[in-house]
Design a protein around this ligand. Structure first.
Ligand SMILES: [Zn+2]
Length: 509
């Protein structure tokens, strides 16, 4: 079904309209919506997809749940992809472990480590490369038939996630218990992080140049770390705190051990580090739980770090399927979006240096104008998770405008000069529609919403549009996402980067 035939072009259909059109999954009530997804598991008749208006370039399906439109074979693919993602995310609990896992994936799929000294003869169309910035940012790219100076296709995602970090002098004794002093990375609701098992991961860099990789708490046999909350028996004087201050940021102190001496002895025995080595450490406390399926039909996943390693994972999977694109395709997974960039973030000059190096090898020379022209002709998707309409708390969002869980890839429209130019959005729509990608739009009510790093691409004179998927419980220890959304995001990236797409699958939608 196309937008043109959907009730009310340019806006979302109402709940009643959706039910009437066969897409309705929700019982609408005066006080909100209740998801009744289990009732609608049968695929829609293919005939509905075949009724596209003759004038349209490709069928543009009306926004709606993805799952009922998938064939049994596609549902199997979606489930398998979800299993692969959960296995990856069991290990990728930080940007550093994401990069580590992504390098393994890249090398297993024919990508070679980039060097500015690569000979021109090796840079053939279809050759596959990856480059890493300081263990925390990675770019995989496939050389196109056209030179990089004629433009590239970039999908960007951030691979840091909200978490708690250790401060440089982290150890404190409080009433005979050893605690750790922390600081947040990104916007947390602190109360969500207490009374739950936390793992300590990251690196300690010693003065002799050695890096010690730390991982305590992810193995089921490991001890974990817990921020202890007050029992309801003794919290009477704290009940008037506002939700944001239920646990203050300086109160986010997990238990390290009962005795400092034994804790230090355990760290020395396992990692050979002393207390002073924690001065030069990058250590994160993250949920120790592994990813889980959510709900009886297993369409949803609950895990730490969806925002935005979900996009990062879809990105590396998508580019691995690019063979010989017209324009050089780049999957760029960047650190520190949650804290405004810094040295391995999107504002770093590292990415421009990488593109300049590729130009230098391709052209045998380099000047700044070549890079500027490459950017001027480049196009980017900036992908990040966003807030799907919450069935418990729909109030902050406009149900017509907000993304829905399970409705596919979300194109985000922020307004206020921060959204894609309409002509670029039209091109991206065409790419998605020609390849049967199921997508929706997302925008916020006035005064709500988060940031985007798309501005870096916009400032670099690159066409950019914000996309992603809508999730629930965002920035919590357990984000909730839809496997079908992850699948459509991956398919959208593939289409954009120029990977071959199965025309049969596209035609069937
Ligand atoms: Zn994000």
């Amino acid at each position: 079904m196309g937008h043109l035939r959907a009730p009310g072009y340019g806006r979302r259909a109402t709940e009643n309209e959706l039910r009437a059109s066969g897409f309705g999954l929700r019982a609408a009530g005066a006080c909100g919506a209740i998801v009744l997804g289990l009732l609608f598991l049968a695929p829609l008749p293919r005939a509905m997809a075949a009724q596209a208006p003759a004038a349209a370039a490709a069928a543009e399906p009306a926004p709606g749940p993805v799952w009922p439109r998938l064939s049994p074979a596609e549902r199997d693919q979606v489930m398998t992809f979800g299993e692969d993602f959960k296995a990856f995310m069991t290990k990728a609990k930080s940007e550093m472990t994401f990069v580590h896992e992504a390098i393994g994936y890249a090398e297993a799929h024919g990508f070679k480590r980039w060097s500015p000294d690569v000979p021109k003869a090796a840079l053939t169309p279809g050759s596959r490369w990856y480059a890493v910035n300081r263990d925390r940012t990675i770019a995989l790219f496939v050389i196109g038939r056209d030179p990089v100076t004629s433009g590239t296709r970039i999908v960007n995602a951030h691979i840091d996630a909200v978490r708690i970090e250790l401060k440089p002098k982290p150890f404190r004794t409080s009433f005979d218990v050893e605690m750790m002093v922390t600081q947040p990375h990104g916007g947390l609701k602190n109360y969500q992080w207490v009374n739950r098992p936390l793992a300590l991961i990251g690196r300690i860099d010693k003065t002799d140049g050695k890096t010690i990789w730390v991982d305590i708490g992810n193995d089921p046999g490991d001890p974990v770390f817990v921020i202890p909350d007050l029992a309801p028996h003794v919290d009477k004087d704290f009940r008037d705190r506002k939700s944001h201050d239920v646990i203050g940021t300086e109160e986010m102190r997990p238990i390290l051990a009962m005795t400092a001496r034994d804790a230090m002895a355990a760290l020395k025995a396992k990692y050979g580090v002393t207390e002073s080595d924690f001065l030069s450490a990058d250590l994160q406390l993250v949920p120790a739980d592994p990813p889980r399926d959510v709900g009886l039909d297993r369409q949803l996943m609950g895990l730490y770090g969806d925002d935005d390693r979900l996009s990062g994972y879809a990105n590396i999977r998508a580019i691995a399927e690019v063979t010989v694109p017209e324009k050089t395709a780049i999957a760029y997974c960047v650190n520190n979006e949650e804290v405004n960039s810094w040295d391995t973030g999107v504002q770093s000059q590292w990415f421009s240096t990488l593109v300049a190096e590729i130009i230098n090898v391709q052209e045998g020379r380099y000047d700044e104008l070549m890079l500027r022209h490459a950017y001027e002709h480049s196009q980017a998707l900036e992908s990040d998770c966003t807030t799907a309409l919450n069935p418990l708390f729909p109030q902050p969002q406009d149900p017509v405008a907000a993304s829905r869980l399970g409705w596919g890839l979300a194109v985000k429209e922020y307004g206020s000069g921060k959204q894609a130019l309409s002509e670029y959005f039209a091109k991206v729509r065409r790419i998605f529609d020609d390849n049967g990608v199921l997508w929706q739009t997302h925008s916020y009510k006035a005064g709500y919403g988060g940031g985007t790093i798309a501005q870096w691409f916009a400032n670099a004179n690159i066409d950019v549009i914000d996309v992603g998927v809508g999730i629930l419980s965002m920035h919590s220890p357990m984000d909730i996402s839809s496997k079908a959304d992850l699948w459509e995001l991956y398919r959208g990236f593939k289409a954009f980067l120029g990977a071959p797409m199965a025309p049969a699958a596209a035609a069937a939608r």
